[in-house]
Design a protein around this ligand. Structure first.
Ligand code: ADP
Length: 389
């Protein structure tokens, strides 16, 4: 911190010399002015911690100088100590200044009082400057934090865009690998040993798994960035369409799915199809040989709609309940249940973009109940989320 500067203003040089003699110390700089006019010039050049101003001066007196200092943004906060002869009838003239950072010294000056008053003002100035430095530091670190958060958000968005594009572009060559492997298998499969045929089988399986993974990544990136088309939708009809899409799986597992009356809600139809599709296919998938018994419910609750998908499947361990909504987190091994751990994270994106919440609970059938909410009133800024894909 720079040394604080004190301005002494008096038309009489001997007074200035005397005052400087009393106040001189290493921790401060003292600058004088022999007139109010000269003081105004110095006030432009320097930043003062304190001005000690003689009231009686020719041309412009100390009160007029103080008046001018109060009128300028740069000098209005400088504390002033008026030096006065202490004549009673002058008290009226000081009335206007009493509210500000103002003090008085009476002639003849008492050295001890002069020093202690100046010490108080210099300490105040030090505190003020310390506070200002801290504010600047705080503002700088806040600005840095904001810009690094922004940079992080931008790089995440870029990464997601890259994932989307790369996944899209990788699907075609992968399809080719798979087709040519099938062709090879068909043409020369019968000439190969059992082991060689197995190798081709592994390669085709790997290509198929990679293809599904790319599909899931595309689904994940799309859920977050695609432009929403929010309209009133009949969710029972959406569930009906999803059940039709899943009819092969439903028939395979002989699943019983009971859908109660469902409300109309404001949502993006494609996203809600995806949401129900992921939740229902999981409910069918995560069973242990049992016939899947699934119930879909939805009703208005206060200022939101609440949907539930109950199953009688294998259930979810308490400690996994929050984690399974994160991307790539799986609660069960791939050997038992195929999948890549993206489905529920897509559901979370969809629900949260609509302003709702999603969670899972256990139920009395030993299975799971997935619940999600949709606000009755969708905020316009959600609909306005710009597409970056
Ligand atoms: P995936 O199904 O590909 O594993 P998800 O994101 O859909 O990915 O699910 C994450 C994990 O949550 C699953 O691996 C599974 O352990 C658990 N899970 C999801 N749905 C159910 C369900 N209905 N019953 C039991 N566990 C489930």
């Amino acid at each position: 911190m720079d040394k604080p500067k004190i301005l002494l203003v008096d038309d009489r040089r001997e007074n200035l010399l005397a005052l400087e003699g009393v106040l001189r110390a290493d921790d401060r700089t003292i600058i004088w002015a022999e007139s109010a006019k000269r003081a105004l010039e110095l006030l432009i050049e320097h930043q003062f911690a304190l001005a000690i101003v003689d009231v009686q001066m020719p041309e412009m007196n100390g009160l007029e100088l103080a008046e001018m200092m109060r009128g300028s943004d740069d000098t209005q906060t400088i504390p002033i100590i008026f030096v006065t002869a202490g004549v009673k009838d002058q008290s009226l003239a000081f009335e206007g200044f009493e509210a500000g950072a103002v003090d008085f010294l009476y002639k003849p000056l008492n050295e001890r009082i002069v020093r202690s008053k100046v010490k108080v003002f210099l300490e105040l100035d030090r505190q003020k400057r310390l506070l200002q430095e801290q504010i600047v530091q705080l503002e700088t670190s806040e600005a840095n934090l904001l810009s690094s958060q922004q940079a992080l958000a931008e790089s995440n968005a870029k990464l997601e865009r890259f994932t989307f594009m790369a996944s899209h572009d990788m699907k075609e060559p992968l399809r080719m690998i798979n087709s040519y492997l099938s062709l090879l298998n068909r043409e020369i499969g019968s000439d190969l040993s059992v082991e060689q045929r197995e190798y081709i089988g592994y390669a085709m399986n790997g290509a198929k798994r990679l293809y599904h993974l790319l599909e899931s990544l595309i689904q994940y990136a799309t859920a977050k960035h695609v432009r929403l088309d929010i309209k009133k939708q009949d969710t029972k009809a959406i569930v009906g369409e999803v059940l039709l899409d899943l009819s092969v799986l439903i028939a395979e597992r002989k699943a019983h799915i009971n859908v109660s009356e469902l409300p109309e809600v404001d949502c993006d139809r494609m996203q809600f199809r995806q949401l129900f599709q992921n939740l229902l296919s999981n409910a069918i998938k995560f069973t242990n040989g049992k016939v899947p018994e699934i119930k879909v419910e939805g009703a208005e609750k206060g200022d939101e709609f609440c949907f539930s998908i109950h199953d009688n499947g294998i259930g979810i361990a308490e400690e996994a309940k929050a984690k399974i909504f994160e991307p790539f987190v799986r609660g069960h091994g791939r050997r038992e249940f195929a999948g890549d751990g993206i489905g529920l994270s897509v559901c979370k994106q969809i629900v949260e973009r609509g302003g709702g919440r999603i969670w899972v609970e256990g139920n009395e059938k030993g299975g799971s109940t997935f619940r999600f909410t949709v606000p009755r009133v969708v905020r316009p800024e959600q609909v306005a989320v710009a597409s970056s894909i």
